[in-house]
Design a protein around this ligand. Structure first.
Ligand code: AHG
Ligand code: MN
Ligand code: MN
Length: 312
């Protein structure tokens, strides 16, 4: 009788993608992005924070970590040969990598980099589209989205349209399944109110804030959208908002690189997203740098925030 392997004691990311019957090219691309994430993880842990963005003790230029992360990810995506074009929060324009390739990738290489010196969690965010410019499309056209959160542990969460699944990076550099089929229940476990300075000139946002205070809802806000939304995805409930005010009329966050991928993931987990009018998955992308208000998390709470912001 032929010898067979025992069932593995742990499920790797590649294993999971394979078992979930994610098409091969998309599986390879997600693996390639995960690999880029490992390099970013390493850069965060090994770059001298006091010197990042200036020159080091040997007089060598040190790149800021968000620029370094952008270079790492762009290089890995180019090497993958599966990416026709990329759009990055760090670049003004789309860049063509391989015209014959099937996918277009949009990403924020390092979100929350201003939290770095305080040693708070930060992240990288990715949206995967069929090849072609994202302009004129909506985030609903994404075929997959994922993020990495670099906290005490590095965790990767992906969805390729078959649920939302989380993996942690182990000591030998593999992503190992942590939790699969994450579900956001219709529960207001916590609230994460971003761009809160908007309450000074947006009375409806102040009203919403007062409702949460009066209901004694637990606040969870770190100032990094990746850990803040990751919190509600992992805990399975809650709400995250970043809405407009006079300083940022459309809110601070970008549709293409930040809100679109999270809208895909949260809706895949059974939650909802809105720009105050409709699902973020249905907002047309006019500009790669476009900002949008974001209300995201448990379905009925997203609806209540939308109603309250409309003044009803
Ligand atoms: P950046 O992209 O400049 O690193 O900003 C981080 C973002 C996002 O992660 C976070 O949710 C938001 O800024 C925080 O904004 P407020 O300070 O307005 O709450
Ligand atoms: Mn960002
Ligand atoms: Mn960034």
């Amino acid at each position: 009788m032929a010898a067979t392997c025992k069932l593995p004691s742990r499920t790797s990311l590649n294993n999971h993608l394979f078992r979930s019957e994610i098409p091969d090219q998309l599986r390879h691309l997600i693996n390639d992005i995960a690999k880029a994430g490992k390099y970013v993880h390493n850069a965060i842990r090994t770059t001298d924070l006091g010197l990042a963005g200036s020159s080091n003790t040997f007089g060598e230029e040190q790149l800021k970590l968000d620029v370094l992360s952008n270079n790492i990810i762009s290089e890995q995506l180019c090497e993958s040969r599966l990416v026709e074009s990329i759009a990055s929060e760090e670049e003004a324009n789309l860049e063509t990598l391989n015209e014959a390739a099937p996918f277009s990738v949009v990403f924020d290489p390092l979100d929350g980099s201003s939290l770095l010196d305080a040693n708070l969690a930060i992240g990288s965010i990715f949206g995967i589209y069929p090849k072609g410019t994202p302009i004129g499309r909506t985030p609903r056209d994404q075929v997959a989205a994922l993020y990495l959160v670099y906290g005490p542990r590095t965790v990767l969460v992906y969805s390729a349209g078959k649920g939302v699944h989380a993996f942690y990076l182990n000591e030998v550099g593999e992503f190992i399944l942590l939790k699969e089929k994450l579900i956001i229940k219709d529960e207001l476990k916590t609230y994460s109110p971003g761009n809160l300075r908007a309450v000074s000139d947006t009375p409806a946002y102040r009203k919403m804030m007062n409702i949460w205070l009066d209901e004694a809802v637990t606040l969870r806000y770190s100032g990094g959208m990746v850990p803040d939304i990751h919190h509600l995805i992992i805990k399975g409930g809650g709400i995250f908002t970043n809405i407009g005010g006079s300083k940022y009329p459309q809110g601070k966050l970008r549709l293409l690189f930040e809100c679109g991928p999270f809208a895909y993931l949260v809706e895949q987990a059974g939650g909802a997203s809105s720009n105050g009018e409709k699902s973020l998955l249905d907002v047309q992308i006019h500009d790669i740098d476009q900002r949008t208000p974001i209300i995201i998390g448990a379905k009925s709470e997203v609806e209540r925030v939308v109603r309250t912001l409309k003044g009803s």
